[in-house]
Design a protein around this ligand. Structure first.
Ligand code: SF4
Length: 193
């Protein structure tokens, strides 16, 4: 179970200002912009991620120092209780980690963050606090390329991840034999607005 953390800005900046501040410290790594959006959105109350993006304090601190060296943010953190969806979380996390690119440690943090957002109910890019679905597609391709490559028909990302888990277990919850003839097509594909 991840700890509950509370991030407190040291200087009074608006979310857009915080995003700009973070990016002014960006290390030049592929996930900088995506993390900056998530952090700014979380502080603005957008998305579902907990303070500190739901990461353990040491991991969030490492994320800041690696992606935004020199940024001035203070993080408070407190323990939370038992997670009733721990098994589901484990499955989603394992799926993501199995496909990580192995280019940077931040893929592990990203897997934890995406897993957290999968437990919520909106489109995944919204739950993550990203600014559009395109950033989520970029996130998936950068961090979990072999998994992203399987989404050849541009299925909605949360649906896609859970479908991978079902197929792995040999379970089909679909009512139609194929997506092309399925009455639920719009629920799985199409725009995520
Ligand atoms: S479109 Fe229908 S068949 Fe395809 S994944 Fe969705 S529910 Fe299953």
């Amino acid at each position: 179970m991840q700890p509950d953390t509370m991030l407190v800005q040291k200087s009074p900046t608006q979310p857009a200002g915080l995003y700009a501040e973070l990016m002014s410290h960006a290390a030049g790594l592929p996930n900088d912009e995506i993390f900056a959006q998530m952090i700014a959105s979380q502080i603005d109350g957008a998305g579902v991620l907990p303070p500190g993006l739901g990461l353990e304090l040491k991991d969030f601190s490492a994320l800041l120092s690696q992606h935004f060296p020199g940024i001035k943010l203070v993080v408070r953190h407190a323990e939370t209780g038992v997670d009733p969806r721990a098994l589901e979380r484990d499955d989603v996390l394992a799926l993501l980690l199995e496909h990580r690119a192995f280019r940077h440690k931040s893929e592990e943090w990203m897997a934890e963050i995406v897993t957290d957002a999968c437990m919520a109910n909106d489109h995944l890019w919204q739950d993550l606090g990203l600014w559009s679905r395109e950033y989520l597609s970029r996130l998936m391709k950068q961090n979990f390329p072999s998994l992203a490559a399987k989404n050849t028909k541009d299925m909605k990302w949360k649906k896609f991840l859970y479908k991978q888990l079902c197929e792995r277990e040999g379970i089909s919850t679909c009512r139609a034999p194929s997506c092309d003839v399925c009455a639920d097509y719009a629920k799985c594909f199409g725009p995520e607005e």
